[in-house]
Design a protein around this ligand. Structure first.
Ligand code: HEM
Length: 149
């Protein structure tokens, strides 16, 4: 396939996955709020699973962009802004561990209402994820325009 076409397809899929990830995080924040009970947990579990899968695919497509993108991998690996983006992405990943574990525990307990204090705590983790997600966008736009290179 033509290199420019490969670059275009990867860019389209990368953007699609990034928007999907943002949407799934927003849905999680909408679902994890006081009043959440056992009936809401299966949907929350599915959303969280989809979030994990979308993040995994984003890594895959991101790595493909580094290797097969038009700028060549040297453009990225020598660029501190690329690594800042990777660090922000890693932070989002690390911050998502606690919510996933908590959701699994809630689903296992599956008894009536979910403790409000735990819901408030989880919202904190999800909002922190959203904060680092916003940073990824800043670094992505800067990196794509050659800042740091
Ligand atoms: C939540 C995770 C991510 C988000 C939200 C995200 C977002 C973006 C956005 C919006 C762009 C377009 C920048 C622009 O053209 O202005 C971009 C480009 C790019 N991203 Fe990501 N990204 C994520 C993860 C990754 C990962 C994990 C990698 C690599 C392992 C990666 C590698 C790249 C590459 C190589 C480009 C091309 C930049 C260029 O045009 O030179 N991204 N990303």
């Amino acid at each position: 396939m033509d290199a420019a076409l490969v670059d275009l397809v990867l860019a389209i899929v990368h953007h699609g996955l990034a928007f999907l990830l943002a949407a799934l995080l927003a849905v999680e924040l909408a679902l994890v709020r006081p009043g959440l009970d056992a009936r809401g947990l299966p949907l929350l579990g599915r959303i969280d699973g989809a979030y994990g899968m979308a993040a995994g695919m984003l890594i895959l497509i991101g790595v493909c962009r580094v290797i097969f993108g038009l700028k060549g991998w040297e453009f990225y690996v020598q660029n501190p802004v690329f690594w800042l983006k990777m660090a922000a992405f890693a932070a989002v990943g690390l911050l998502s561990i606690q919510p996933t574990m908590r959701i699994i525990r809630w689903r296992r307990a599956a008894s009536g209402a979910v403790p409000e204090a735990e819901i408030i705590a989880l919202r904190f983790w999800l909002k922190a994820e959203a904060g680092f997600f916003a940073l990824i966008l800043v670094f992505a736009a800067a990196m794509a325009r050659g800042f740091g290179y």
